[in-house]
Design a protein. Structure first.
Length: 529
């Protein structure tokens, strides 16, 4: 009884520390609002204004609040939990029926991803306002999205590691708290401060996507896992871009470009409140020996709780599924998925953004070039549903291989467009858009299903970082004015794309309907080629 009371007290203390940290971060952000309001007579332009004591104090309060919130989320008595792990095992929720708890989790995670992705998506809408306010060329302002993307690379790796230590839910909540703090980017009076704060914003936002995939992969029943992963991630990404464009159209004419950053405060707090509906991964709780919590989560999600795990031979496995990869071949799969992710980043943050201006320089009308980017948003939405269907109904591995192949054909078409000239750009660009949207819809879900639980967060985080790393390289070329001709750019990107195609086909393993408990035991099983 004494131990249980102590544990309850520690848990309550952690909750209150987290609440205190959130309150401190919120107060620190609110201390920046007077600075923003001072610019209301100049269309909220703050350039050159001095930073007062309230802003400096607010920054200190945000840093302290994040540290207190992190302390509150830190797991207690980990050594005791790991020792308790040896005395029991509980079956994970692989065979549960799809119920209200699963649908609620999917809905909450879609909303979380929309909030998370709309911030990096808003970068393009803030650049014109920054150019006017700071009076600097576009190449200089491009440092803002460059460092924001660099932040997402850093955040994806760091949050992936934290997810394997803190837990999936705790990492999402900590990311949301930091996300709230970075809203002060909208009150910074200089470009240098904007660059620094946007790096922090990217670092806070970068980890949400991979951690979400890791949590969902561990909570969804096997037969529903594939389509739910693709659908949640795809709808979150598309919804984030639409939310960013909608907020820009509605609010920027009234409050200026800074309002797009200040929106981090209400949306981030909404994300924190939604955390009540997000469970901790039952698999993670079991790995930490937190038996009672794991049993409660699994009962909520309709799983059967057993005190003895079934023998390995009894674990269900979909027909035709190969044994999980181990050792060097597991690293080979990580290299394959990382290469595909880098190729996607080069296309999404580079080639597709460079194409409209390049087509205009070749004599195509502005209307044609402008419609290409608009079409990418429209095509993305049905592509998500198509990818979810083929991923869950046909094959996880070959779905990824197929969309990489379509992307490669699009790159060939863009290169041919450069060599021949005069032909319609619609088909090659459409192939490129469909293929690249398919890659980002599938590559992270497939990663989350392909690695054991103890490294799932960091593996998914690494691949997510690679999607942004390609973007960092593309932005660097833009900043240094070294963007090559589209034909050469397409030819260069064909190399990692074709490499990824071959590596995924060779190292990939089918995960459709597979029981992740077999994957978690992969390091103990002999490799079956």
């Amino acid at each position: 009884m004494g131990v249980q009371a102590s544990s309850t007290f520690i848990d309550r203390r952690g909750v209150w520390l987290f609440v205190l940290g959130c309150a401190a971060v919120t107060a620190g952000v609110l201390m920046h609002i007077p600075m923003f309001l001072m610019g209301r007579h100049m269309h909220f332009m703050l350039v050159g204004m001095p930073m007062g004591w309230d802003m400096v104090g607010g920054m200190a309060l945000i840093i302290a609040g994040c540290l207190v919130a992190a302390w509150g989320l830190l797991p207690r008595d980990v050594s005791a939990q790991l020792a308790a792990r040896e005395n029991f095992e509980i079956a994970a929720p692989e065979d549960a029926h799809l119920g209200p708890a699963h649908w609620t989790l999917m809905f909450v995670l879609v909303v979380a991803l929309v909030i998370d992705i709309m911030k990096p998506a808003a970068l393009g809408f803030t650049v014109p306002g920054m150019i006017v306010e700071y009076g600097v060329p576009k190449a200089t302002v491009s440092l803002v999205p460059f460092f924001a993307l660099l932040g997402t690379v850093t955040g994806s790796v760091v949050w992936g590691v934290l997810a394997d230590i803190y837990g999936r839910k705790a990492t999402i909540l900590l990311s949301a708290v930091m996300f709230v703090g970075t809203s002060i980017c909208g009150a910074m009076p200089s470009l240098a401060w904007n660059i620094g704060m946007c790096f922090m914003m990217g670092a806070a936002a970068g980890g949400m996507l991979p951690v979400t995939y890791a949590l969902l992969a561990e909570m969804m029943p096997s037969r529903h896992r594939g389509w739910s992963l693709v659908l949640v991630g795809g709808l979150g990404a598309v919804g984030g871009y639409f939310a960013a464009s909608g907020a820009s159209a509605l609010l920027q004419p009234i409050f200026g470009w800074r309002i797009l950053w200040l929106l981090n405060l209400p949306t981030g707090l909404l994300l924190v409140m939604l955390g009540v509906l997000i469970p901790e991964s039952a698999k993670f709780l079991l790995a930490r020996g937190r038996r009672a919590e794991a049993a409660a989560v699994m009962a909520r999600f309709g799983a059967t709780v057993r005190t003895v795990a079934p023998p390995r031979s009894a674990l269900p496995q979909a027909a035709g599924v190969h044994a999980p990869l181990t050792g060097a071949k597991l690293i080979g799969k990580l290299v394959a998925l990382s290469t595909a992710a880098i190729a996607w980043g080069l296309i999404n943050f580079g080639l597709l953004l460079w194409l409209p201006a390049d087509l205009v320089s070749k004599g195509y009308s502005v209307a044609v070039s402008s419609k290409l980017l608009a079409a990418s948003a429209l095509i993305a939405f049905p592509t998500v549903f198509l990818c979810a269907f083929i991923y869950s109904r046909w094959s996880t591995k070959w779905s990824l291989v197929t969309v990489i192949g379509i992307t490669f054909l699009g790159l060939v078409g863009v290169m041919w467009l450069e060599l021949v000239g005069g032909m319609s750009p619609v088909l090659p660009v459409a192939l490129l858009i469909v293929g690249s949207n398919g890659i980002i819809a599938i590559v992270l879900p497939y990663t989350a299903e392909s690695f054991p639980m103890r490294v799932r967060g960091r593996a998914t985080g690494w691949v997510a970082a690679c999607t942004k790393a390609g973007g960092v390289l593309a932005q660097l070329l833009s900043i240094t004015a070294l963007v090559p001709a589209m034909g050469w750019a397409a030819a260069a990107i064909m190399v990692p794309t074709l490499t990824a195609l071959g590596l995924v086909a060779w190292f990939g393993r089918e995960t459709r309907g597979a029981d992740l408990r077999r994957l978690d035991e992969a390091l103990d099983e002999p490799l079956i080629a």
